[in-house]
Design a protein around this ligand. Sequence first.
Ligand code: GLP
Length: 245
Amino acid sequence: MRIINCHTYEAMSRKAADILAAQIQLKPNCVLGLATGTTPIGAYQGLIKKYESGSLDFSEVRTYNLDEYRGLTHEDPQSYHYFMNDQLFNHVNIDPANVHVPDGANTDADAACTDYDRMVAEAGYCDLQLLGIGRNGHIGFNEPADEFSKGTHCVDLTESTIEANSRLFEKEEDVPRQAYTMGTQTIMNARCILMVANGENKAQAVRDMCFGPIVPTCPASILQLHPNVFVVCDDAALSLCEGLY
Ligand code: GLP
């Protein structure tokens, strides 16, 4: 794992946008794994700026998002698909046919997950997977569990995740209780992983991910086994890792 301390959220976001842009420059038809959450918003803004200045072309880029709430359509403003349109896709020249998010509207969980796994596999898995981290060490919606997950599956969200994500909903009761998420094995199949984390409330999760035991109770800890991971953080997220890297 290569840990990069960018000190501030702004610098972290610039670094993440530069790494994503470099991937697109190197391979214009690359497969990007993308993440939702507030953490990557600054990186997405950086990518939009690069596109607007004429230095980045998304016309051949293919994207696969990590997760989606079960039961929400892509038009629902609370869906992750809507979030991605709003934060990135509507502002760059990506071909909508190249955008993939698990189909939350398909409540047949087996079908929705099998279809998504097939699509990601057919694309040859991700060249670069962008990840955020949950306060409990989750990646995508792979929550702490007794074993690491493999392919795309339906998860029951933990109370802590529901509570953390409720800030984006009017009421906590509105947060869906289930989601479809890429599994850990699918995430690990990416050739390169870019993890972004900022803020003090991520410090323990970042420490456990980078320096704790590799255990499914901290799903992100499996990234220690991946050969090509960049962990890009601000000071606060790395505050419990001082002297360790
Ligand atoms: C959600 C998403 C994750 C994301 C996490 C952290 O649970 N499924 O992919 O990493 O939230 O979000 P934030 O960046 O807002 O802290």
